[in-house]
Design a protein around this ligand. Structure first.
Ligand SMILES: Cc1cc2nc3c(=O)[nH]c(=O)nc-3n(C[C@H](O)[C@H](O)[C@H](O)COP(=O)(O)OP(=O)(O)OC[C@H]3O[C@@H](n4cnc5c(N)ncnc54)[C@H](O)[C@@H]3O)c2cc1C
Length: 368
């Protein structure tokens, strides 16, 4: 783990050097495909260095170090990303071969399309629908929004309700974005612009039977049971992205302000302690999910805590430079905008608190 941390940490400088350029033009990532960090992400989960049983913890370590360099580039890079985690839980060996085969041909972006314009990310209210085609496959209709990399993705993992099933009959399918009916358009965003968040329309996209995820699993393990596990595994990494952003802002203050004294010194050190504490919580959350994939409550706690922390640290960091800081220190301005974006990734703070509360109430999380 220490080797993985050192390796990914060594790319922070290069990532940071390209951060503002990518913020201005998300397409700039296409000129950076040979950078070690981008190549590493393109392979992660395929032939990448993921240790079975420690995957979540490893992803956390990688996400923090790379987000410390630039969270925009971390999210903008081609590779399996969130869909790789989905495939690990719900994919059959043949589906994983198809997916990683596509990714192996050339640098290929993937996306994970859940959120909808009118329904948000409430999975039980999803309106995208899969209509059986009578051959084991489906025809997919719907719209999605805020989907990272959707407009440049070669493969999309899409969540939709199966026509004729009850409210929670949600299924994930793989879509080849070159197929007729898939269209995606980048949206103007305030933060994390590199990831080119997009709206997606799905107008009668054909989904062959072999692209429907989870059908090889027992009925009890298809659908929500597995989908919850996917989110449990992803959430600690989002917390780690927030940590990386917070660290970048904290380090920026340390580097640019030089020696701090008195109350400023105390404020700076306090922020550092809060970052370290949130990291411990995030590691514990990742460990818990690696040990038991249904143990997602600490991940919600870590995500909620780290997202608030990233906003606090980036705002405080601006405060160290006085009025005009956003104009005089564009990197800090970008970090503050990126931190705001993390609040909504994988569910907003209040939703995470509700999940944690349910865990506490059910005795699934130890009280201090
Ligand atoms: C940077 C970024 C990246 C994203 N990437 C993707 C992606 O790749 N794929 C994808 O599908 N989606 C993506 N999204 C969408 C994101 O997952 C959702 O926007 C997020 O989960 C919030 O869901 P929602 O829009 O339904 O808002 P809601 O959950 O409705 O939340 C809206 C507000 O209401 C509050 N709230 C909601 N319910 C309660 C309650 N019961 N009590 C108190 N307060 C409440 C929340 O805290 C929040 O402030 C992304 C969004 C962002 C900003």
């Amino acid at each position: 783990m220490a080797r993985l941390r050192d390796r990914t940490a060594s790319w922070a400088g290069e990532l940071r050097a390209g951060a503002l350029g990518l913020d201005r033009d998300p397409e700039a990532i296409r000129d950076r495909l040979e950078e070690p960090a981008v190549r590493f992400l393109a392979e992660l989960g395929g032939d990448g260095p993921v240790t079975p049983g420690r995957d979540t913890l490893e992803r956390v370590v990688v996400a923090e170090e790379l987000a410390r360099g630039d969270a925009g580039a971390l999210l903008a890079s081609p590779g399996p990303s969130m869909s790789g985690v989905l495939l690990a839980v719900l994919g059959s060996p043949e589906q994983r071969d198809w997916f990683y085969g596509r990714l192996g041909e050339r640098p290929t972006w993937t996306c994970f399309a859940l959120t909808e314009p009118e329904r948000g990310s409430a999975i039980g209210e999803m309106s995208s629908v899969l209509t059986p085609d009578g051959d084991g496959g489906y025809v997919l209709h719907g719209t999605k929004r805020y989907v990272g990399n959707a407009s440049r993705a070669g493969v999309a993992a899409v969540f939709a309700r199966v026509a004729g099933t009850e409210r929670l009959g949600v299924t994930a399918v793989l879509v080849d974005t070159a197929d007729p009916g898939y269209r995606a358009r980048p949206l103007p965003m305030l933060g994390l612009r590199g990831a080119q968040f997009s709206s997606v329309s799905l107008d009668g996209v054909r989904v062959p039977a072999d692209r429907v995820l989870g059908t090889h699993l027992s009925p009890a393990r298809r659908g929500m049971w597995s989908i919850v596990q996917v989110f449990n595994r992803l959430r600690p990494s989002v917390a780690a992205i927030a940590l990386g952003i917070a660290r970048a802002a904290h380090e920026y203050v340390g580097e640019q302000r030089g020696t701090l004294r008195g109350a400023e010194r105390e404020r700076y050190e306090e922020l550092g302690r809060r970052i370290d504490a949130a990291r411990l919580l995030t590691y514990r959350a990742a460990d818990a999910v690696d040990a038991r994939p249904s143990a997602g409550h600490l991940g919600s706690a870590a995500k909620a805590r780290a997202a608030v922390l990233a906003e606090d640290v980036t705002r405080s960091a601006l405060g160290f430079f006085g009025p005009g800081a956003r104009l005089d220190h564009p990197l800090l301005d970008k970090l503050a905008r990126d931190a705001r974006g993390v609040e909504f990734m994988e569910g907003a703070g209040n939703i995470q608190k509700l999940t944690l509360f349910h865990g506490l109430q059910a005795g699934k999380v130890g009280r201090p």
